[in-house]
Design a protein around this ligand. Sequence first.
Ligand code: PLP
Length: 366
Amino acid sequence: MTAASRPVPRPGVLDIEAYVPGKSAAPAGVKLHKLSSNETPLGPSRKAIEAFAGLAGKLELYPDGSSTKLKQAIAGRYGLDSARIICGNGSDELLELVTKGYIGEGDEGVFTEHGFLVYRIAILAAGGKPVVVAEKNYTADVDAILAAVTPKTKIVFLANPNNPTGTYLPFDEVKRLHAGLPSNVMLVLDAAYAEYVRRNDYASGLELVAESENVVMTRTFSKIYGLANLRIGWMYGPAHIIDALERIRGPFNVNGAAIEAGAAAIADEAHVAAAIEHNDKWLAWTSAELEKLGLTVTPSVGNFILIHFPTTPGRTAKEADAFLTQRGLILRGVGAYGLPGALRMTIGSEEANRLVVAALAEFLGA
Ligand SMILES: *Cc1c(COP(=O)(O)O)cnc(C)c1O
């Protein structure tokens, strides 16, 4: 075997299409409404901002490597054992860690057709094989997922609700999925949008984690808590999985500002309630108004909607995206999710939502 003339990454690495974040620029002189990354229009709790500012005089100190204060705040809020929580630099880090810890060369990780793209990246980066399962009606299909499990499967990823579709699986279906998995296969429930869901048949998975040895749930402070810039996520899991991940994480993976602001944010339940109320109202309004324009909107339980455009030249998703961008309305193209005919829109401020509906009415000549 001849040596390569320069360093070469492990197999799989160059198969990764780097994650492309939502756009954040508008033409000069136009007011920007960023509706491309599912950020909250309400911003974070004032208490979180104060806690963040309180760190300014202590930047030379390493943070608490165990994120104790944050773990305790989370455990207190949900009635959990803090020893079964691990915090991360965004839930993305925890999704990567769990993949790195449990998927090796040739192992398989399963996720669905329009599932969150971080899973594919994490599986390939670990040297594993991504196995993509067809959805039904833009929704994960439990039977199809179970049929895709092989002796090489190590992890099944389920975003519930899913991004970018906004659809969800009722808890009964999640339990049926879990019951059908071999006990050595891990089920990762990514509940980034759990706080927004207003359905009696939904559960984020805390209960299933508590009673199983092979289920973990991830949550984030990036969405309803409005702290995406600080990068804070957490995972609740069985002690043996949390223990394994604690060994492979970076020693100071969560910074001090994140620990302080996160702990303050989770205590401010009124702020979360306001965000839910805003979303309930404008999710329904925006979906209904866009449907009146003749567009199809996939019913969403999150803080974003998937809008499907016609294929008629002059009316396509791509052209709509360009038209909206000119007006400072930045949505998210989802071609990388296998949805080239759709755009994802975050539910924004009243002003932003009204502007999008008015602009799309003009675009469609409605
Ligand atoms: C936004 C999002 C996350 C959160 O990522 P962070 O790293 O915590 O910011 C995780 N999963 C899904 C499905 C998301 O949409």
